[in-house]
Design a binder for this molecule. Structure first.
Ligand code: HEM
Length: 402
């Protein structure tokens, strides 16, 4: 069931952003007046939306807020599609710690750092092609999309030629609010079939990629991943590994091109790129909320008692603008220090790919600004098209000139 709430105190979720970069004004109002507010989700289920920084951190890190409970039959949902309990992001402890430990053993900082030359080389190649074709160019197909997809393919050992296929499936899987449930379920099935075949191939002929490494943990170790965990881990990494980064590149470039003085500051001092990436993550994140949690017992959040069984949605985008944690939160400042944004989440489910995402973003922004110092939007900012009805936000096209 979908529908509008008839209760005037209950807001219909998700909120539309007024522009590609501005968060919905509801967030500021709620943060200041009702940081724990009733919403109705597209499924028709009710939840509490949490908008202040401290409570968002509590929801993400306190084990009394469960991810696993959202996979139970009849549990409240954002959309209508079924949730899978075998997915890392849907587990509570002790399963979550066990699977996360196994993945972390293979998805190491060293494995990520080893991808740097490939990321730089492929970025340079994409920028060369952009230059050869000449302005104007749409930066989404030219850079924001192909880079993260190629990197995640390389990490996992997925044939790059197949990327168009799974890009379509993962786009469907993430569309929660805009597509029929059957279509979303069909895309899940297609992704599972594809990954299942790939895992079987890696088992026969392992490579030096992450998926092969995870398959061999599965084969050899006492502490191991079961078949379904392995499959869903592959799917989660594949989806999580490119949609978010693609949208962060698009949002980040748009933010820099609409704040020219910040672009110029980076051009003058490329040493600021790492701090700038953190600010772009804070200011123009690809998603507004973390995944849904359910309170396992009564919990006090600020002045509000959240009763056991309540669904809770923690707003990362809102927390990132909380004036109690960030000075002038609505100002984008690439030189901002002590930037404890929550765009990668917090606590046990903190993004396992954050190191890889940061590396990609740093290489992309550094290379783009160096190569195209006169980069500018080729259309007015308000005309830049963006996605709607999805849990991940981004620009769908970003025409630029130089
Ligand atoms: C800008 C890029 C990215 C952003 C903003 C992002 C954001 C997030 C957030 C907010 C969470 C926690 C969700 C929650 O607690 O409900 C998360 C978890 C996760 N992310 Fe990312 N992510 C990004 C890139 C990546 C990449 C590149 C990968 C993989 C290569 C990845 C893999 C994952 C996985 C597997 C989890 C689940 C971790 C767990 O449950 O323990 N992400 N991400």
């Amino acid at each position: 069931m979908t529908g509008n709430s008839s209760d005037p105190d209950v807001l219909n979720y998700p909120f539309e952003r007024p522009t590609a970069l501005d968060p919905c004004p509801h967030y500021k109002r709620l943060r200041e007046s009702t940081p724990v507010a009733g919403i109705q989700m597209p499924s028709g289920d009710r939840a509490l939306l949490i908008t202040d920084y401290d409570s968002v951190r509590t929801v993400l890190s306190d084990p009394r807020f469960s991810r696993a409970a959202t996979t139970k039959p009849n549990a409240p949902r954002i959309g209508t599609e079924p949730q899978n309990a075998k997915n890392l992001l849907s587990m509570d402890d002790p399963e979550h710690s066990r699977v996360r430990r196994l993945v972390s053993r293979e998805f190491t900082a060293r494995r990520v750092a080893a991808l740097r030359p490939l990321i730089q080389k492929y970025t340079d190649h994409l920028l060369d092609t952009m230059e050869e074709k000449g302005a104007p160019t749409d930066l989404v197909p030219a850079l924001a999309f192909p880079l993260p997809v190629t990197v995640i393919c390389e990490l996992l050992g997925v044939p790059v030629d197949d990327r168009g296929k799974f890009a379509e499936w993962s786009g469907t899987v993430l569309s929660t609010v805009s597509l029929p449930t059957e279509q979303i379920v069909a895309a899940h099935v297609a992704l599972s079939t594809y990954l299942g075949a790939l895992i079987a191939a890696k088992r026969k002929t392992p490579g030096d990629d992450l998926l092969s490494a995870l398959v061999s943990i599965h084969q050899e170790d006492e502490e191991r991943l079961d078949e379904e965990e392995l499959l869903h881990l592959g799917i989660t990494l594949l989806i999580a590994g490119h949609e978010t980064t693609t949208n962060q590149i698009g949002n980040g470039v748009l933010a820099l091109l609409t704040h020219r003085e910040q672009f110029e500051a980076l051009r003058a001092d490329p040493g600021r790129i790492p701090a700038a990436v953190e600010e772009l993550l804070r200011f123009a994140p690809p998603g507004d909320e973390a995944t849904l949690r359910i309170a396992l017992e009564d919990v006090k959040l600020g002045d509000t008692l959240v009763p056991a069984g309540t669904a809770v949605l923690a707003s990362l985008a809102s927390a990132n603008r909380d004036v109690r944690h960030f000075g002038t939160p609505d100002t984008m400042d690439v030189a901002r220090s002590a930037n404890q944004h929550l765009t990668f989440g917090y606590g046990a489910h903190y993004c396992i790919g954050s190191g890889l995402a940061r590396l990609e973003l740093q290489v992309v922004f550094d290379s783009l600004i160096r190569r195209f110092p006169t980069l500018q939007l080729a259309i007015p900012p308000e005309e830049v098209p963006r996605s709607s009805g999805r849990l991940i936000h981004g620009v769908t096209s970003l025409p630029v000139a130089w």
